[in-house]
Design a protein around this ligand. Structure first.
Ligand code: ATP
Ligand code: MG
Length: 369
């Protein structure tokens, strides 16, 4: 039985990047032997185990063969005669298909080290085409490693284009797509993820509204802006969706099975942005209506993320209007329900009194600004 460090840890070590988690492959062993050594099996179908002390993942060397379509439908074969090379061959990119033995020897049958040197994201073999998730993973690695000079190798881009033509993207389940998008939004150059998807044709299948001449650069610019200011997933997604109509944004987010908070921030951003552009005077009624749509009373914290998304989505010339919105928000939130309660307002009348008081305070602002 032999143990090798594999995948991301070997790649990141060669790149001089911090190694996050370490995965291991074990050859020449059976599940029983692993259990006898105190490893705990995780996952019923895959021969993957957790080390009793380090909790790191140890997988028995395995091969995977495609049976059906989409992500499911792989048959996994694992036995002591499966070699390390067999196991590396099923991996997506050459830079992810290297191993290191416990005495430090690099095992690199597919030229991963050379591709690290030439900054190429290259598929290991034609078996790449068996799993469309690899298109998204490749785009995500491009987004991560782009600052180091990496690009998708030309034959790999051609293969991804062919996979898209063959309808492979349609076999991805939304949950997996969302998982990759969510991760990609936080990579070093999130825009690169969507550029690669556009170039291989997958964007037209996954987020067709963005695969448009005007919408695409606007979306990428807004996303880059939120990335620079360190936004969370919801804000990044809202920026990405910002060129869409609210209906498009909501429907797309729902189809991607984005979480509700994500969907709602995207919907609000796309709804408010054009209203802010259209706002020519700063009538209290208009400002309050925008604030009410954003539900500032109950969602004060979300309002900050909405502002962050809007700041990145609006044309530069419109951004000063957000200062009005912020002042109006403070004015509106300065109205205390308990003061009006003390004045005897109740129920529906209380609601109206609050609203009137808010309008007055927002109007008062206009005279001072
Ligand atoms: P990260 O730093 O994001 O964890 P990673 O390379 O470790 O990067 P993982 O998703 O943790 O990526 O997967 C571990 C390894 O398993 C990869 O390096 C790759 O060799 C392989 N792998 C994962 N998913 C796939 C897939 N869909 N197809 C082929 N190989 C895959
Ligand atoms: Mg990993």
């Amino acid at each position: 039985m032999k143990t090798y460090l594999v995948g991301g840890a070997v790649r990141d070590e060669l790149l001089g990047l911090p190694v996050k988690d370490r995965d291991w492959v074990v050859t020449g062993a059976t599940p029983d032997e692993m259990l006898q050594r105190g490893f705990k099996q995780v996952g019923a179908d895959f021969p993957v185990f957790l080390h009793p002390d380090t909790r790191e993942e140890y997988a028995l060397a395995r091969t995977e063969r495609k049976q059906g379509r989409g992500y499911h439908g792989f048959t996994v074969y694992s036995a002591p005669d499966v070699t390390l090379e067999d196991d590396l061959k099923r991996r997506d990119l050459t830079i992810n298909a290297m191993a290191k033995s416990t005495d430090g020897e690099l095992v690199d049958p597919f030229g991963g080290r050379e591709d690290i040197r030439t900054r190429s994201l290259r598929h290991v073999s034609d078996a790449f085409a068996e799993d469309p998730l690899r298109i998204l993973r490749t785009a995500r690695f491009a987004a991560r490693l782009q600052p180091l000079g990496f690009a998708v190798a030309e034959p790999t881009m051609a293969l991804m284009q062919q996979m898209v033509k063959d309808g492979e993207v349609g076999h991805l389940v939304p949950e997996r797509v969302w998982q990759e998008i969510q991760r990609a939004l936080h990579e070093n150059e999130p825009g690169t993820f969507f550029e690669i998807l556009r170039d291989c044709g997958a964007l037209a299948r996954l987020i067709p509204e963005l695969d448009q001449e005007e919408a695409f650069p606007a979306a990428i610019q807004a996303l880059r802006c939120v990335h620079k200011s360190g936004g969370d997933t919801d804000t990044r997604f809202a920026a990405l969706m910002s060129p869409l109509t609210p209906e498009e944004a909501r429907n797309r987010a729902a189809q991607l099975k984005a979480p509700n908070d994500c969907l709602n921030l995207a919907r609000l951003t796309t709804s408010l942005a054009p209203q802010i552009v259209a706002m020519t005077d700063y009538r209290a009624e208009v400002l309050l209506q925008l604030l009410e749509e954003a539900d500032i009373s109950r969602r004060a914290e979300r309002f900050n993320r909405l502002l962050q998304a809007l700041k990145c989505a609006l044309p530069d010339t419109e951004i000063t209007k957000l200062d009005w919105l912020i002042s109006a928000q403070h004015a509106a939130l300065s109205v205390e329900a308990k003061e009006l309660l003390a004045q005897g307002f109740k129920g529906k009348e209380l609601g109206e009194a609050i609203r009137n008081e808010r309008l007055q305070r927002i109007s008062a602002l206009k005279r001072t600004q």
